[in-house]
Design a protein around this ligand. Structure first.
Ligand SMILES: NC(=O)c1ccc[n+]([C@@H]2O[C@H](COP(=O)([O-])OP(=O)(O)OC[C@H]3O[C@@H](n4cnc5c(N)ncnc54)[C@H](OP(=O)(O)O)[C@@H]3O)[C@@H](O)[C@H]2O)c1
Length: 283
């Protein structure tokens, strides 16, 4: 496995396993399969409703805690989030059956963002999470948070795939010490990603699949990837991406696929903001 060093010195695997949209019933088996395939970075969220199942798979794996890198995410909290964030964190930790996290992310750039961040800074200072970061922050909000708080987010987990590549934003994040992590690295298959002719052609040049080309393209750029699959054979395929290198010419061809726009939702869209703002999780 290759690792990246976060801005606080913590080492994070460049490739992991995401569990969004895996039902609570399927998650324990999926995570057990992923751990058996070699994944050590697990990415869940309070909002996914499957933290307990992730925790059961971790426990039954017998893998030493220090060998794992576990991320979960804080859902939107109302003000004063300084008071509400710690119980939400403790609920996640209990569900996961852990005594600390490796990375705690603010899931959305909404709610009482400053209160949430101050509470997360405290959790980090107390050693309850080795790193803290954010997700879905666009440049304006990331800079505002970074420049006006003590701790710079270690990671920003954002939609990043061949059709929305975020190269300029990655440069800006690098300038500020924020590590980019991709969600939806396969665009969840949108735009017929898995049969894209250009990606398939590049795959043939390396005897690799489209999925492997995409994951190599992300990781070669220094973007942390967390592909999701419920199928063991795909988990193995997605893990086998470090034995080839894309050439500059191939990278340039992939760059041409960028549309510069989200395939999911725009966090600047007032309707999206209102929709997310309404959603609160049960404990
Ligand atoms: N922070 C956020 O707001 C946010 C948002 C979305 C996602 N995420 C994180 O990012 C992770 C990844 O994103 P995602 O789950 O949205 O989507 P994704 O990884 O882009 O795509 C998953 C889809 O690709 C299929 N797939 C996986 N490997 C494949 C392969 N080798 N060949 C063909 N199809 C394959 C899966 O099907 P099967 O399962 O049937 O194999 C599934 O339909 C999530 O699980 C989550 O941890 C975070």
């Amino acid at each position: 496995m290759q690792y990246v060093t976060l801005n606080n010195g913590v080492e994070m695997p460049l490739l992991g396993f995401g569990v969004y949209q895996i039902s609570a019933d399927d998650t324990e088996r999926a995570v057990s399969d992923a751990l058996a395939a070699g994944y050590r970075l697990l990415d869940t969220a309070a909002a996914y409703g499957n933290e307990e199942a992730v925790g059961r798979a971790i426990k039954s794996s017998g893998i030493p805690r220090d060998d794992l890198f576990v991320t979960t995410k804080l859902w939107l909290q109302d003000a004063p989030a300084e008071d509400n964030t710690r119980p939400a964190f403790e609920t996640s930790l209990t569900k996961l059956g852990l005594d600390h996290l490796d990375l705690y992310l603010m899931h959305q750039p909404f709610g009482d963002v400053y209160g949430q961040w101050r509470a997360m800074e405290n959790l980090h200072r107390e050693g309850l999470t080795k790193a803290i970061g954010v997700a879905n922050f666009y440049p304006d909000r990331l800079l505002d948070l970074t420049l006006n708080n003590e701790i710079t987010p270690a990671v920003n987990q954002i939609e990043t795939h061949p059709f929305f590549q975020r190269a300029d934003y990655q440069d800006l994040m690098r300038e500020h010490g924020v590590q980019i992590q991709s969600w939806g690295g396969f665009a969840e298959g949108k735009n017929d990603l898995f049969t894209n002719p250009l990606l398939a052609e590049i795959g043939e040049e390396h005897d690799k699949t489209v999925a492997q080309v995409v994951l190599r393209w992300l990781t070669q750029r220094g973007v942390i990837a967390i592909p999701k699959s419920v199928r063991a054979e795909r988990m193995a395929e997605n893990f086998d991406v470090f034995d080839f290198e894309l050439t500059d010419e191939q990278l340039a061809r992939i760059a041409a696929l960028d549309t510069g726009a989200s395939l999911f939702f725009d966090h600047h869209d007032p309707e999206i903001v209102a929709w997310l703002a309404k959603r609160r999780l049960d404990a």
